[in-house]
Design a protein around this ligand. Structure first.
Ligand SMILES: Nc1ncnc2c1ncn2[C@@H]1O[C@H](COP(=O)(O)OP(=O)(O)OP(=O)(O)O)[C@@H](O)[C@H]1O
Ligand SMILES: [Mg+2]
Length: 360
């Protein structure tokens, strides 16, 4: 039996209340006996002999009724009224409500436990509400920026006498904003589906090394254009059991971040290794690095630490990556030094490689 249950059972027979009743009843009986002796000694009429004890015990019963009522009001009615008042406030959207427990921690009964659970529930509801409003504010902001750009460039396009080159520039700017909008919507939908578990991973065995090579190669034009050196050190083959399309999101985002936050002349390294328990993939760069404070937020939705690259994404990539990896019981770790570079390390357990469909 757990400690709180034991305490609750003890409170069903409160010793102090028993002692109080016991002493009071003894005292009352004593007074009753005193009254009977007085009546017998004085030879009062029979009616008085009957009425005095009846009146006396009536008084005692009345006092006990009032005392019991007071106890019930204090122990149950008042806390219940307080709970009802708090619940009403929450129903009207006030999530700052807090009901203090009635007893100290070591004397908690089930009412205290109920209050604590209620407080916890209200705090949860409050944080969901904050997240919802933050989310709407973030989405609105992310949509407004490219929309404003589209509007501006479209107006510029209407100006007479534009050169072919100017037209081309404005059209590319519009296209880039529409791409940004489209990727924002796609990422939000994906994240939403992942969080509401509408996406069930379709796990199957596949070669992780081939996938990593493919993802890396899709960034060839980026590293060539930016003058970044790219190095890869991966095994020939590592078969894992997982959802390839979901994991592709992870590698693409880690690589895109590495190239995005590394200056020309820097290096990006893709490293993959495996042992009996895990496949490990790491993406390192010699870029701007992430401050300790920012590291605590990079997996939050819409968080963008480095504002100079804010237009090149929506801050959803790592939130998506984390959700995907959580679904696969995998972990992601960041090691970074400001001004020196960053390494993201992903560890995928091999014990979920479906009964022996282990990596080879
Ligand atoms: N390799 C890195 N070097 C430096 N900062 C990084 C790196 N990877 C992530 N960050 C920081 O973490 C933030 C969040 O990254 P995340 O991938 O979630 O968003 P994003 O790349 O800005 O946008 P999106 O991925 O939606 O295109 C980035 O804005 C950046 O500040
Ligand atoms: Mg990103």
């Amino acid at each position: 039996m757990s400690a709180p249950q034991k305490r609750r059972r003890e409170s069903r027979f409160p010793g102090s209340l028993f002692a109080l009743y016991f002493v009071t009843l003894l005292l009352m009986s004593g007074i009753h006996m005193g009254l009977v002796t007085l009546i017998n000694e004085n030879h009062w009429p029979t009616a008085v002999q009957i009425l005095i004890p009846v009146f006396y015990w009536g008084l005692v019963a009345g006092a006990l009724t009032l005392f019991t009522r007071y106890k019930i009001v204090k122990t149950y009615d008042q806390p219940m009224k307080e709970l009802a008042k708090a619940a009403k406030k929450v129903a009207h959207g006030d999530f700052s409500v807090y009901i203090p427990p009635l007893h100290t921690t070591n004397r908690h009964d089930y009412l205290d436990q109920m209050f604590l659970d209620f407080n916890k529930m209200v705090a949860e509801l409050g944080s969901i509400e904050t997240m919802r409003t933050d989310f709407i504010a973030n989405v609105s902001h992310e949509i407004k920026t490219p929309l404003a750009a589209i509007q501006n460039y479209t107006q510029l396009l209407r100006r007479p006498g534009l050169t072919k080159e100017e037209q081309e520039n404005y059209i590319s700017a519009i296209l880039s904003s529409t791409r940004r909008l489209s990727s924002l919507v796609t990422n939000i939908l994906k994240l939403n589906k992942l969080e509401s578990q509408q996406i069930v991973p379709h796990d199957e065995p596949y070669d992780l090394c081939a996938q990593l090579s493919e993802c890396a190669m899709s960034f060839e034009s980026v590293w060539e254009e930016k003058g970044i050196e790219f190095e890869a050190d991966i095994e020939d083959r590592a078969t894992i059991y997982g959802d390839a399309s979901l994991l592709e999101l992870v590698w693409n985002n880690l690589l895109s971040n590495a190239f995005k936050f590394t200056e020309p002349g820097g290096t990006v390294t893709l490293y993959q290794t495996s042992d009996e328990t895990h496949v490990t993939v790491s993406v390192s760069d010699t870029g701007c690095g992430i401050s300790k404070e920012a590291q605590r937020h990079i997996f939050d939705k819409f968080y963008q630490g480095d504002t100079s690259h804010a237009t090149e994404g929506n801050g959803l990539g790592l939130a998506l990556a984390l959700r995907v990896l959580q679904l696969m019981n995998a972990t992601i770790q960041v090691d970074s030094l400001e001004g020196q570079g960053t390494t993201f390390t992903v560890k995928i357990p091999t014990d979920q490689t479906n009964e022996g469909k282990q990596m080879t």
